[in-house]
Design a protein around this ligand. Structure first.
Ligand code: MRU
Length: 358
């Protein structure tokens, strides 16, 4: 596979007194620079500002963020450690609201940190770091498995369309939707990917195009508004995207613009797939109506990347995600296989079988 070497999306340096290093994705594709997060404020800021982004990567970053946040309590007594753990997880949980992987990872960390009253604070910090490393490793494995399952849905000669970035930059490595393309490509299938640029922050243009080119997967960049035209011209055989949160009934939150793609795919008779690990499912909520949608700053639209493109004072609405109804989703691809049709029953069965395997 022709992959140019690049640093890992996320790395933990050292032991319990170490720090989180990550690629600052706001600088890509012009510069691939790593930054260190020496304290929990830096981790929070990196998540908030999308220096690290994508649901699974946010979860991994937050898990390491808990370790960073507890370092100063390594010698503290139990009550102080407990309080700091609660404060740190609550703080990191306030960074972004939509991707459930963030809350999933923080809950896991809190469970491990609170477990076993007899341990010293230093031992509990060591257990937290081991858990963060496990979350990181599991995500790596899940991404590769998603790719294997998803690649079976693509035939040689297919051209697919994707939105936002669900690649190695959005995960521990390899990605979810992009993992499907990477695996198909590795298997020798001739596939081509249309990449939505993904307004307003251009994750498609800046990150997905960059990753696909690094892997040698043929890719063509389009503006989001061109999707209907390329579908009408018969150039798209499938749409595959990632997800930020999947409700019990299969309604799926992903980057703003995903829902319109699903509607278009339905209108053109094109299968629409979501690739996501089981850590992205939130069965505590029944439907997509309960998924919180992040609202972001107006400047991302009026002054994206430093150039003003709208009149001063214009009213702006900037939801970062939308929800695709389950009925538009042909299949969900997880690390355990493919869920189709997508409904509450098939999802519950898939997750319970997955739970038995774990
Ligand atoms: O705002 P972002 O860049 O964090 O949004 C990311 C997405 O919407 C991705 O498609 C999703 O998190 C899946 S990443 C494997």
């Amino acid at each position: 596979m022709a992959t140019k070497t690049r640093p890992e999306t996320l790395q933990w340096l050292g032991e319990t007194d170490g720090c989180l290093r990550l690629i600052d994705q706001t600088l890509l594709p012009l510069e691939c620079r790593q930054i260190d997060c020496p304290d929990v404020t830096a981790v929070w800021e990196a998540i908030k500002q999308l220096r690290v982004r994508g649901a699974p990567a946010i979860g991994v970053a937050a898990a390491y963020g808990v370790c960073v946040g507890l370092q100063t309590s390594a010698n503290a007594d139990r009550a102080v450690f407990d309080e700091q753990l609660k404060k740190t997880t609550a703080y990191l949980a306030s960074s972004r609201p939509t991707a459930v992987n963030l809350f999933w990872a923080l809950e896991r960390m809190e469970r491990v940190g609170m477990h076993d009253a007899a341990r010293s604070s230093a031992e509990r910090l060591a257990a937290l770091l081991a858990e963060a490393r496990a979350i990181h490793e599991e995500d790596r494995a899940m991404c590769h498995a998603i790719g294997e399952h998803g690649a079976r849905l693509l035939a040689s000669g297919d051209s697919v369309l994707t939105h936002c970035n669900a690649g190695g930059l959005a995960t521990a490595e390899y990605g979810t939707a992009l993992s499907v393309f990477f695996k198909a490509h590795e298997q020798g299938k001739k596939i081509h990917v249309f990449v939505d640029e993904t307004r307003p922050l251009l994750q498609g243009a800046r990150l997905t195009a960059w990753e696909l080119m690094q892997h040698g997967v043929p890719a063509t960049l389009i503006c989001d508004s061109m999707a209907a035209q390329v579908m009408k011209e018969g150039r798209v055989q499938a749409v595959v995207t990632g997800a930020d949160r999947i409700a019990a009934n299969g309604d799926t939150a992903n980057k703003i613009g995903t829902d319109s793609l699903a509607v278009l795919a339905r209108a053109h008779g094109i299968p629409f797939y979501i690739a996501a690990p089981t850590s992205t499912f939130d069965t505590s909520i029944q439907s997509g109506e309960q998924i919180p949608i992040e609202q972001r700053q107006a400047e991302e639209i009026t002054c994206g990347f430093g150039k003003q493109t709208a009149p001063d004072g214009v009213a702006v609405y900037n939801p970062a995600f939308d929800v695709t109804p389950a009925e538009y989703i042909q299949a969900l691809i997880t690390e355990h296989g493919v869920i189709s049709p997508v409904n509450q029953k098939t999802i519950a069965l898939h997750l319970s079988l997955a739970g038995e395997q774990a």
